[in-house]
Ligand binder design. Structure first.
Ligand code: PCA
Length: 331
C-alpha cells in the first residue's frame, strides 16, 4: 500500500491558503455630525482602533456631516445593508417607541452619573428593539446637557410666546410648544442657515453644538437650563457583524466598549471647553433664576406626564429600573 506523501499534502494546503487569504472587510459608517463634533472624533478613533486591532482585516470608513446619507435615512440604510454601520441622535427615533424618548425627559437624568445609569437601564430594551430590525448597538455617548440660546436675556418663559425655536428632536419640540413657542425641527448642520435666513430666533441644544455651529454669530445668551443629556448611538447591521470571524468581532466589541468609555469623558471635556469658547466669543452664559427654573420644570412635568400616558409597561419598567440604579449609585 502506498503511503500518502504527507509533506507534499501539507505544502499544497499551505500554498492554497496563501493563494486565497481571508478577504479584508470594509464597512461604511454614516453620521450626520461634522468633523468638529467630539462625537465624530470619537467615532473616527473607534474606526482607527478597529483597523489597528484587526491589522487592517476590517476597515471602517466614517462618512461625517451627512455626506453619504441624510440623518433620517441612516437607520433604514443600515437595516437594508446599504451601509454597514451608522450613528444617529437616538431620540429622533421617538416616533417609533416611547423607549427612545427616555433620554429627553426633563427632570429624569440631569447629571452624567444619572445619564449613565439611565443608559444602563435602557440598553437591554434598546438592544432588543434594534435586534428586531436586524441591528446591533455598539455604543452610546451623551451630548452635554441641553440649554437655551436666545438673542436676549431669558428671564421668564413668557418670552417664548411666538418665539421660533430650533429643536433637534420631538420632545424638545413639544417642550417648546408647552412654553408657547413655535418649534422647528432643524438638523445640527443647518443651524447657521436657519438663523441667517431668519427661520429661527432661538435654539435648544448643548454648549458643544453651540460652539461647533458658532452660536455667537446669531445669539447673545445661553441659559444653562440643564434640561436633559440626550445620546447618540452607534450601531451596525447584524448580518455584516455576523459575517466577521470571531477575532474580528471581538476586536469590534472591544473597540466599541473603549469608545463608549472615552466618549462619556470626551462629552464632559468638550462641554467645559465649549462653554469657555462661547464665553470668549461674547456669549453670556447664565443659570436660570429660581422662578425660571420652576416655569421650565412645569413645562417639563407636562412632558413627563404626557410620556407616561403614551408609554407602555416596558417603558415604565425601564424608568423603575433606572430609579433603582440611581438610588444605588447615590449610596
Ligand atoms: N447637539 C445635537 C443633538 C443634541 C446636541 O447637543 C443637535 O443639536 O442637533
Amino acid at each position: 500500500m502506498r503511503t500518502p506523501n504527507l509533506s507534499l499534502l501539507i505544502a499544497t494546503v499551505g500554498a492554497l491558503s496563501i493563494a486565497t487569504p481571508a478577504l479584508a472587510d470594509q464597512w461604511n459608517l454614516a453620521t450626520p455630525y461634522g468633523d468638529a463634533s467630539f462625537h465624530t472624533k470619537n467615532t473616527k478613533q473607534f474606526a482607527e482602533d478597529v483597523a489597528e486591532a484587526t491589522d487592517g482585516e476590517l476597515t471602517i470608513n466614517v462618512h461625517s456631516g451627512g455626506s453619504l446619507i441624510s440623518h433620517a435615512e441612516i437607520k433604514p440604510s443600515v437595516r437594508r445593508g446599504t451601509v454597514q454601520a451608522g450613528e444617529i441622535f437616538l431620540s429622533t427615533l421617538s416616533n417609533e417607541s416611547p423607549i427612545y424618548e427616555v433620554d429627553t425627559l426633563p427632570g429624569l437624568a440631569g447629571s452624567y452619573q444619572d445619564a449613565y445609569d439611565l443608559w444602563q437601564a435602557s440598553k437591554p430594551i434598546i438592544t432588543e428593539l434594534f435586534a428586531k430590525e436586524g441591528l446591533m448597538p455598539l455604543y452610546a455617548v451623551p451630548w452635554p446637557s441641553q440649554g437655551i440660546y436666545t438673542d436676549f436675556e431669558l428671564t421668564d418663559t413668557s418670552q417664548f410666546e411666538g418665539l421660533r425655536v430650533r429643536a433637534p428632536n420631538i420632545n424638545t419640540q413639544r417642550f417648546v410648544e408647552n412654553l408657547g413657542g413655535i418649534p422647528t425641527q432643524t438638523e445640527e448642520a443647518d443651524i447657521p442657515t436657519a438663523f441667517s435666513t431668519g427661520r429661527v430666533d432661538a435654539m435648544i441644544t448643548s454648549v458643544s453644538t453651540g460652539n461647533s455651529m458658532s452660536a455667537w454669530d446669531y445669539v447673545s445668551h445661553y441659559n444653562d437650563a440643564n434640561l436633559w443629556l440626550p445620546k447618540n448611538i452607534v450601531f451596525v447591521n447584524k448580518r455584516a457583524f455576523d459575517r466577521l470571524d470571531d477575532a474580528t468581532r471581538k476586536a469590534v466589541l472591544d473597540a466599541a466598549a473603549k469608545a463608549e468609555q472615552r466618549g462619556w469623558q470626551m462629552s464632559k471635556d468638550d462641554g467645559a471647553k465649549s462653554a469657555e469658547a462661547l464665553a470668549s466669543h461674547g456669549v453670556t452664559i447664565s443659570q436660570p433664576s429660581d422662578e425660571l427654573k420652576q416655569q421650565l420644570q412645569a413645562a417639563g412635568q407636562q412632558l413627563f406626564e404626557d410620556w407616561q400616558a403614551r408609554a407602555g409597561d416596558q417603558a415604565k419598567q425601564l424608568v423603575e429600573r433606572y430609579r433603582a440604579r440611581q438610588a444605588q449609585s447615590a449610596q
